[in-house]
Design a protein around this ligand. Structure first.
Ligand code: ADP
Length: 533
């Protein structure tokens, strides 16, 4: 055991310190092509231990990299921005501290996973649902909120739904944000801004403190819930769908988000790369992709929108959606839970009927059920096949873990204004770059607000193939540069890109740097993470 780590033995015991190669393996696993030297992993069990760790780290200038569950697929997982950090794994802090069913919120610690919160809310019959991301049951709710991630329900903007944080600062002081610093506050979890400077944002996408608990607003289980799936193969489909999305969101016909997915993206959810059909060639040929998509009833552009509310509200929204999309779709279907239950129950009769009209009902249910569940607050693994697309390894049936399985995915997630012109411009920028490096374009446009898309673009590569991995690195760099040059800035960056975005001459990063100097003068937290230091 090296000297650095010996210092922490008295605080958390050697059983909560990892230094041996085998134990560290899991922390090195990442889907991006990056490697880091990790000195050790510390697993504190409470805030007192964290404060003791910070004292030692300050005295000895040890860099700590806090993680909650450390999955962060496609952005770096648990690996720090720089070498020789000690990872602070907060997974043992996994209490659901409070759930208030009347005011619909929970207070949770970093290690609380999506599955844990979902199960708690369900088993305790709280009548509340959470907003899960597609990242799977094992991911941290708090970790995703700090990265400003999102889901699809009306509570999908996770930072927006966060209310009150408890943060351990580098000097060991505990900061409670919003109204939380008033010891008798009854309003910490119901009004997020407090009075005075609003500090919460500083502790997201940053390296200024360790967040040890957070309030998250929850949604009442909707009285009625339906999902609308629509699609079109027409040339101007994307533009039409973008305009309809903007109108539906600006006019608040839809409460949650709307996703517009290219057929390639849907294929990555349903199957591995079609090596046989492609005779082992890459990237995916457009005509072959179109042919496979047709067999599976997938259109060129495919929209998904979930409707939540009272029965009357949902019925009214359905009417408006039908009106707005009239003449613009090849198909538009509304699926309610009741309908899906029926189809599942009568599969034996629906199956043969489906086959007669060219539909594989079993396959359909396999995708529909987890998709509907996800949109109704149940975390699942429906989005996790994507990283296995180019991997030649078989995907496990359950407990899917793309980092463990050495899958290759690097996310590029630019924000694009919600206009036809910008959506098409963005596609015209990235398509030639991806194709040049041998990758197909698998876009989802997610309307994170009524005005902005987050355009998640996965660069999917075979991590076991060294040449392809090198091409993925170059491709990501070039596509990122092109997006930045054209004003489409990603909402979030992987650990490999921090040096590319943080500019020492930019006043923004200089101000952030001054805050860092003052809160963490020894630079013990996550060096260079969204930061000059
Ligand atoms: P997930 O497993 O849900 O994807 P992570 O635990 O990987 O989330 O968190 C994402 C990133 O957010 C981490 O790499 C880390 O930099 C930062 N982070 C996570 N938890 C904390 C925390 N409690 N305090 C400060 N930063 C955190």
């Amino acid at each position: 055991m090296n000297l650095k780590v010996d210092l922490f033995k008295n605080v958390i015991g050697s059983e909560n310190i990892i230094t041996e190669v085998e134990g560290l393996k899991r922390y090195h696993c990442t889907t991006i092509p990056e490697k880091r030297r990790i000195d050790a992993v510390l697993k504190p069990g409470n805030k007192e231990e964290i404060c003791e760790i910070l004292k030692i780290a300050n005295q000895n200038h040890i860099a700590l990299y806090p993680i909650s569950t450390g999955n962060n697929w496609g952005y770096g997982s648990a690996i720090p921005v720089k070498d020789n950090n000690v990872i602070l794994d907060l997974g043992r802090l996994n209490r659901i501290i409070e759930v208030n069913t009347e005011l619909a919120y929970a207070v949770i610690e970093p290690g609380v996973t999506q599955e844990q919160l979902y199960t708690y809310l369900k088993e305790k019959k709280t009548g509340l649902i959470m907003d899960p991301t597609g990242s799977g049951p094992s991911c941290s709710v708090l970790g995703n909120t700090l990265e400003r991630g999102y889901g699809i329900t009306p509570y999908g903007d996770h930072f927006n739904a966060a209310c009150g944080m408890e943060i351990v600062l580098a000097d060991g002081e505990i900061l409670r944000t919003g109204f939380g610093h008033f010891s008798n506050s009854k309003v910490t979890r119901v009004f997020k801004y407090g009075t005075g400077p609003y500090l919460d944002g500083m502790f997201t996408q940053s390296n200024l403190g360790i967040v040890i608990s957070i309030g998250v607003w929850l949604m009442p289980e909707p009285e009625h819930f339906e999902v609308c799936f629509f699609g079109s193969d027409e040339k101007d489909a994307l533009g039409e769908f973008v305009a309809a999305t903007r109108w539906l969101l600006l006019n608040q016909v839809v409460k949650g988000s709307i996703n517009i997915m290219h057929r390639n993206r849907i294929l990555t959810l349903m199957m591995p790369y079609p090596w046989d059909e492609m005779n082992q060639r890459i990237p995916l040929d457009d005509s072959i992709s179109r042919q496979i998509a047709k067999q599976r009833d997938i259109c060129e552009w495919n929209g998904v929108v979930a409707l939540y509310g009272t029965r009357e509200e949902v019925l009214a929204s359905k009417k408006v959606i039908k009106r707005v999309l009239r003449g613009k779709t090849k198909r538009i279907n509304f699926v309610s839970e009741q309908l899906l239950n029926l189809v599942e129950k009568y599969q034996w009769i629906m199956g043969p009927i489906g086959r007669m009209i060219g539909m594989d009902i079993k396959e359909l249910i396999k995708v529909l059920r987890p998709s509907l569940d996800l949109m109704k607050g149940k975390p699942g693994e429906v989005s996790l096949p994507t990283p296995y697309w180019r991997s030649k390894k078989e995907m496990p049936e359950a407990n899917i873990n793309p980092a463990r399985d050495n899958c290759g995915i690097i996310w590029l997630a630019p924000v694009v204004p919600l206009t036809k012109e910008d959506a098409e411009d963005y596609i015209s920028i990235i398509t030639p770059i991806l194709n040049e490096y041998g990758f197909e374009v698998c876009i989802t446009f997610t309307a994170v607000t009524a005005r902005a898309f987050d355009c998640t673009l996965p660069i999917l590569y075979d991590k076991a193939d060294e040449q392809e991995t090198n091409r993925a690195i170059e491709c990501h760099k070039k596509a990122l540069k092109a997006c930045m040059k054209n004003g489409y800035i990603p909402y979030r960056f992987g650990v490999q890109s921090m040096d590319d975005i943080v500019d020492a001459d930019d006043v923004f990063w200089k101000v952030a740097g001054k805050i860092k100097e003052s809160l963490d003068p020894n630079g013990i937290f996550s060096p260079k993470r969204y930061s000059l230091r």
